[in-house]
Ligand binder design. Structure first.
Ligand code: N01
Length: 897
């Protein structure tokens, strides 16, 4: 049990507490308050001589927050909220520091803080089930729980430039600015670094210094803060219903309750795009900008359009063309590096006393006794300011060295290849160690105060629950941690962070392991996941206590791809009746309506709607419709005959429009989508026979359609995948046409419903087992179901064209797709298989919604080009994908050929 006794020093040299907290910034202060209220004894160890954390150290001129202060505030106590009034939209560092002092006094927190005290080492004592901390000042601390509330940006990066010690003038770091201030009046000042700190400090220093020389390595995207009084609309929103506002913030994307725009910039007209941008710019708000351009954060093409607008702005402000060029970011997508808010930053470069040195053109060679030497010039200065940033996210944690966990393992060693955590809160092998806003949590990608409160609440609530249940130790499991790493990678793959060298990825510190460290899935979804870990019986944690008490509910917290999870949650929120309850026509209408809300697809060279004869050429239904998607490149192109999904009942030749467009662009081939007839009006074998007739007609008219002479290819999704492979069997048995390859995406292959995926994924993943039963019943009587024209798995598979079979983990059809791929391989058909982890039945066809489907489509396109004997290509269609995308090896398995 946790000791609920008062803090006490048992021997003269060890302080015993329930919980030791490192840091007395926003996180440490709130933790102390919560721990005390929970009846737990606690001490905070703080290296500074006062509270404030990052706001204690970052006193450089111009330091302010860049989240509106009314949002960047504690929310745990309504009385505190009414007791404090912020004076500006973005408060200055001194005001924020005063606020934290006010909070410390109001809740009498200082008495439990040991100032001027650094934790030197931390060691887990297995026998005592406690941590022992040695400190730089005063008694060691023995604690049951050890919480790092040490901040994400609190360990300044050392200068990596030769000759620093030779400099005879003064050196300052923005992240360690002297408390007494610095007189820069009349001084020749150099500043290195143009991140948020540099961009805030430069205009202020320029007003004082006789001359300021800015050494810039990478220009950043920055937009105006428009600081002043808090905007009336935001204040009104907050005042209208403070609780509701705060609650919305907790479930929002970034910890501020702002709606996000879902259109990518390329989906808007030039005028609409500019209007959206100008409006966002006028708000002078980082979160407004990022939520309005949210969809561009994961889309290279959209991002480039948005970035162009930001670049234009620099040109309109800065007068000297060379300086404009140097200040214009070109090497990273907007948002992949932390964008900055600026006040007079760009205009500062119009001042006669400011010089910009572009280190991309003339790198710094060394610091000398008198200043800074680049490989072209020497700059004599009196003061050098390092605004060079931090060893972010992990630096302050691993600064305590060693943190020795179970079996003496050091955290620095465990993290040698990058931080591994479960939920960004805990680390396997380090019982009772928690991190507030640690790597693996939204932290720096959010309003920090919202994330801090969420973490502190989660941790303290767990300690209370453990006390009540009689457990003394809690530890993440390896399975949970590995699963979290996968989920983190899945989320990061949706962003463009991989395309920039930043402190988010560790790239700013030489030698540091690289990978996106913050959780990119958003504050609200993250909160849901943390709550889910609890509601699912402390999933992923092992809890132990005296007398062998033990509980371990092992497992992975998120197995779905993040965007699939989002789509499924949205569908669940809509609480729709089962599709089959609408009847066939009602279901068709519903699907048509649903499809009308889809994002517009990307352009292809040409789209032609036409007709072709079906199986009943002479019948009363008339010809079948088709839609042809032609690439923008010069033809003739190979033709892929495509069969849409919809359970033989729903959809038409246009219903998989985004998929056909996307695949046309990726493959550089014609996609010709066939409008075969549907059940129940036309039951088995109409769909199969119509489609085979269409295939023959297309082969005979390939040249007229602009197609390349030679074999066709076929492709289909779901029931269309069934039809695609059935047409291959018919073509083989009925004398053609020749088919070079088949792409089967989540195909129906068999009328057996007892494979595990039918049960495991019976409900909850949009395509349900009962919907499949309904489709089967409408299309095919039980007596016909063994016919290979509907159950191709029952047919002869030898001699079929090479295949690419894609299946999704959370799809009732998964196992029959896998079975078909295996059977093809056993029959000697070359087959490649993609088993898409975390995906559902519609993942690949929900183009521009399920962005994580991109990798699968890239592979499908590669396979089709291989089948057609074309060289692999990159370029058009690869907007969301990258070669370095985090495709884990186990995602793709090639079946034996
Ligand atoms: O640090 P940074 P920061 N030679 O790492 C350059 C938060 N914050 O302190 O980009 C030459 O962003 C480096 O160049 P490059 C906010 O989250 C918030 O400014 O690596 N140059 C870059 O230009 C922010 O993102 C506020 O090529 C060198 C700069 O130094 C985070 O803190 C205010 C160099 C470092 O930029 C960090 O911001 C301030 C070298 N050897 C900070 N090494 C608010 O408004 C580095 N650079 C709340």
């Amino acid at each position: 049990m946790l000791e609920a006794s008062a803090s006490k020093t048992i021997s003269t040299d060890v302080q015993h507490v329930d919980v030791a907290v490192v840091g007395a910034g926003f996180a440490g202060l709130y933790l102390l308050h919560r721990l005390r209220r929970a009846g737990l004894t606690a001490v905070a160890l703080e290296s500074a001589d006062d509270v404030g954390g990052t706001w204690y150290w970052n006193r450089y001129p111009g330091a302010r927050c860049d989240i509106q202060t009314s949002d960047y505030s504690y929310t745990f106590d309504p009385e505190l909220e009414s007791a404090w009034q912020w004076s500006e939209k973005y408060a200055t560092q001194p005001e924020i520091l005063r606020y934290l002092g006010f909070v410390a006094d109001r809740y009498e927190l200082r008495r439990d803080i040991r100032f001027g005290t650094q934790v030197a080492t931390a060691t887990w004592d297995e026998a005592a089930q406690r941590w022992l901390l040695t400190t730089s000042n005063g008694a060691p601390v023995s604690c049951r729980h050890y919480i790092m509330a040490s901040g994400c940006l609190s360990s300044p990066k050392p200068p990596e430039i030769e000759g620093v010690d030779d400099f005879k003038g003064k050196i300052y770091f923005t992240g360690r600015w002297p408390r007494e201030g610095v007189k820069l009046d009349g001084k020749r000042v150099a500043i290195i670094g143009t991140g948020s700190s540099g961009i805030q400090a430069i205009p202020m220093i320029a007003e004082k210094a006789v001359h300021l020389t800015v050494f810039q390595r990478t220009p950043n995207f920055a937009f105006p803060a428009h600081n002043g009084p808090s905007p009336v609309d935001r204040v009104a929103l907050l005042e209208k219903d403070r609780n509701d506002y705060r609650e919305q913030a907790r479930w929002s994307l970034a910890g501020v309750p702002l709606p996000r725009a879902t259109e990518v910039s390329w989906q808007l007209t030039d005028a609409d795009r500019r209007e959206r941008f100008e409006k966002a710019l006028a708000a002078g708000d980082l979160v407004v900008m990022l939520t309005q351009l949210w969809a561009d954060q994961g889309d290279v093409e959209g991002n480039a359009l948005a970035a162009d607008l930001l670049r234009e702005r620099i040109q309109s402000i800065v007068k000297d063309p060379e300086t404009v060029k140097a200040l214009t970011p070109h090497d990273h997508p907007f948002g992949s590096k932390r964008p900055c808010l600026e006040t007079n930053y760009y205009t500062t470069y119009n001042r006669p006393n400011v010089t910009l040195v572009n280190l991309r053109q003339e790198p710094i060679k060394s610091i000398t006794a008198s200043g800074i030497k680049t490989d072209r010039r020497t700059f004599d200065v009196d003061v050098i300011v390092f605004a060079t940033g931090f060893d972010a996210m992990t630096g302050a944690i691993t600064a305590v060295h060693p943190i020795a966990g179970r079996d003496g393992k050091s955290l620095s060693d465990v993290w040698a290849n990058g931080p591994q955590t479960y939920l960004g809160l805990t680390v396997a092998g380090f019982p009772n160690l928690f991190m507030i806003t640690g790597p693996g949590s939204p932290s720096v990608l959010s309003n920090m105060v919202v994330s801090i409160e969420q973490h502190a609440d989660w941790v303290v609530d767990r300690l209370i629950a453990m006390r009540e249940a009689g457990f003394t130790a809690i530890e993440a499991t390896e399975t949970a941690q590995a699963g979290w790493a996968r989920h983190m990678a899945d989320c990061s793959a949706l962003t463009l962070h991989r395309l920039a060298n930043t402190w988010y990825t560790g790239a700013n510190v030489p030698g540091k392991a690289q990978g996106v460290m913050p959780y990119t899935g958003g504050v609200g979804p993250y909160r849901t996941i943390c709550n889910e870990a609890v509601s699912r019986g402390m999933l992923g944690f092992k809890l132990t206590g005296p007398n062998g008490a033990e509980q371990c509910n092992d497992g992975e917290i998120v197995r779905l791809q993040p965007d699939v999870r989002l789509v499924l949650n949205m569908l669940a929120d809509m609480n729709l009746p089962p599709l089959e309850s609408f009847g066939a026509q009602g279901a068709r209408d519903f699907v048509a309506q649903f499809n009308a809300t889809r994002p517009a697809g990307r352009p292809v060279g040409e789209i032609i709607d036409g007709t072709l004869p079906g199986a009943n050429l002479a019948g009363s239904d008339g010809p079948l419709p088709y839609r042809l998607y032609r690439p923008a490149t010069p033809g003739p192109h190979p033709i892929v005959v495509y069969f849409h999904g919809g359970g033989w009942v729903l959809g038409d030749e246009q219903s998989d429009d985004p998929f056909c467009r996307d695949m046309c662009r990726r493959t550089g081939m014609i996609f010709l989508s066939v409008g075969y007839r549907h059940a129940p009006e036309h039951r088995f074998p109409t769909a199969a026979e119509d489609s085979y007739a269409a295939l023959r007609w297309i082969a005979e008219h390939a040249a007229e359609l602009g197609g390349r002479p030679g074999p066709l290819l076929v492709a289909g999704w779901s029931a269309g995948g069934n039809i695609a492979t059935v047409t291959c069997q018919l073509a083989r048995d009925r004398g053609g046409p020749q088919i070079a390859g088949q792409l089967l995406v989540c195909p129906v292959t068999d009328s057996t419903f007892d494979r595990p995926s039918y049960n495991e994924n019976a409900t909850g993943y949009f395509l349900t087992r009962s919907l499949m039963y309904w489709f089967w019943d409408l299309y095919c009587s039980p007596a016909d179901r063994a016919d290979p024209r509907v159950s191709p798995l029952r047919g002869k598979l030898e001699g079929l064209p090479p295949a690419f079979v894609a299946t999704c983990e959370f799809d009732p059809l998964r196992d029959e797709g896998i079975a078909y791929a295996e059977a093809l391989a056993a029959a000697g058909v070359p087959v490649e298989q993609l088993q898409a982890r975390g995906h559902f039945h519609s993942s690949f066809t929900m183009v521009d919604v399920v962005l994580t489907g991109v990798d699968g489509r890239v592979k499908m396109a590669e396979a089709l080009r291989r089948f057609a004997g074309l060289p692999q290509k990159t370029g058009e269609g690869d907007e969301g994908a990258s070669p370095s995308r985090n495709v884990l090896p186990q995602e793709v398995t090639a079946a034996a050929e």
